[in-house]
Write a protein that binds this ligand. Structure first.
Ligand code: PLP
Length: 424
């Protein structure tokens, strides 16, 4: 092969590395001035110009900052099918910015058991202050005709979360995409991909228009940064520009330090997600074996009613990982979140939650450390009891965020806490 000036004169197909390689390398070039392999944290709020308007791409840190730009590049490459990424100061600020972009008098269709903060923003902020109406629909269980009746001429957005929280219901994303495309309003499809992370699910490859993340959870993964992001495919360059304008105009931007930390976290996302999945499957199997457990909800379990959909909707890289594992008739890794109903009620649940040695009783999820909580009184405590009951969030429903500790230690911890919970 002839090489001219170090470049092959035969056009080369652009190399697209695997997920883990992208996580480590994209957005992480060595510093051209110093050679530093790890970027410095760029705290400057302003940038010297060589002449008026002549600068190196940075003017003021709200509009752009080396750490944020680099991390946005990482995020765009990790969310498969993504081309543009925008980082925000929290998942909630991300939600707010997306809903602001819809303009006045728009209508939204949202999955009915959407994240509590998203529900609150839709009802108490967007509806009360911006005139946006949201219809909440059971996008898992409702038939096509029922979902289509929720559409209006001004429906501009469908908000999907899958799996939902805390009952881990799975939405068939391609099905919702094709329903949306069949309606004249042709709304955008947004998927909040926080629970599965870009490792287990690639909604853009399933037809979604926008993916959002609370990076606070798995992407940062170390429970020390609050941050959010949007990722869009190439075909939505105009929408990305509009959102970029709002990101700067609204100013809910993350700090350089948080971007630096979250980028460091994201470099091990693939390693952590594999470990979360292997551990969660082992814990889910142990819970299924226990006489003290009434029901285990983990979509990776073969016994889960939507297990086939979980399998079908795996990202290409997660599928490769799952297929590399020894065959297991009981299930496959599918993220790190499990919910289960302990036999008994509030008392047994409370005893379980205070008897664990390694699972810390706390809200949130997605960090390397295992956490456990009682949704009815903690994360979902603000939902009225009747609605909570309708969503299946009883007093005996426990949610686990399974961390990356040793598998056997976590299984033993859950087993001893179940014994302690039923002891009289
Ligand atoms: C945590 C979370 C959010 C909100 O993100 P913050 O970073 O806490 O503002 C949104 N969606 C889901 C699914 C979440 O778990």
């Amino acid at each position: 092969m002839t090489v001219v000036n170090g470049v092959n004169d035969i056009p080369q197909k652009k190399v697209i590395d695997g997920f883990g390689t992208r996580a480590v390398h994209i957005g992480s070039d060595p510093d051209s001035a110093t050679g530093a392999v790890i970027p410095s944290i760029s705290l400057s709020t302003t940038y010297k110009q060589d002449g008026v308007g002549k600068h190196k791409g940075y003017e003021y840190s709200r509009s752009g900052n080396p750490n944020r730009n680099a991390f946005e590049e990482t995020l765009a490459s990790l969310e498969s099918g993504g081309s543009f990424a925008l980082a925000f100061s929290s998942g909630s600020a991300t939600t707010a910015t997306v809903l602001q972009s819809l303009g006045p008098n728009a209508h939204i269709i949202s999955v009915n058991d959407v994240y509590g903060g998203t529900f609150r923003y839709m009802k108490r902020v967007a509806e009360e202050n911006q005139g946006l109406q949201t219809t909440f629909v059971d996008l898992e269980g409702a038939d096509d005709a029922t979902i289509l009746t929720a559409f209006q001429d001004n429906t501009k957005l469908i908000w999907i979360e899958s799996p939902t929280n805390p009952t881990l219901r799975l939405i068939d994303i391609p099905r919702i995409v094709s329903l949306a495309r069949s309606h004249p309003s042709n709304p955008l499809i947004l998927v909040d991909n926080t629970f599965l992370s870009p490792y287990y699910s690639s909604p853009i490859l399933l037809g979604a228009d926008v993916v959002m993340h609370s990076l606070t959870k798995y992407v940062n993964g170390h429970s020390d940064v609050v941050m959010g992001a949007l990722i869009l495919p190439e075909r939505h360059a105009a929408l990305a520009t509009k959102l970029r304008f709002l990101q700067n105009a609204i100013g809910a931007v993350p700090s350089a330090y948080d971007c630096w930390l979250a980028q460091r976290g994201a470099k091990t996302l693939h390693l952590r997600m594999k470990a979360h999945g292997i551990n969660a499957l082992a814990v889910a199997k142990a819970l299924s074996r226990s006489p003290h457990v009434q029901e285990v909800i983990y979509p990776g379990l073969a016994s889960h009613p939507r297990n086939a959909l979980a399998s079908r909707s795996l990202s290409p890289h997660a599928r490769k990982f799952v297929e590399s594992l020894p065959t297991d008739s009981e299930g496959f890794p599918y993220g790190g979140m499990i919910s289960f109903r302990i036999r008994g009620g509030a008392e047994e649940a409370d005893k379980f939650l205070t008897a664990t040695r390694l699972f810390t009783l706390a809200e949130s999820l997605g960090g390397v450390e295992s956490l456990a909580e009682l949704p009815a009184q903690m994360t979902h405590g603000s939902i009225p009891p009747a609605e909570r009951a309708a969503l299946g969030i009883g007093e005996n429903l426990v949610r686990l965020s399974v961390g990356v500790e040793e598998t056997d230690d976590l299984v033993a911890d859950v087993e001893q806490a179940l014994e302690a919970a039923v002891r009289k």
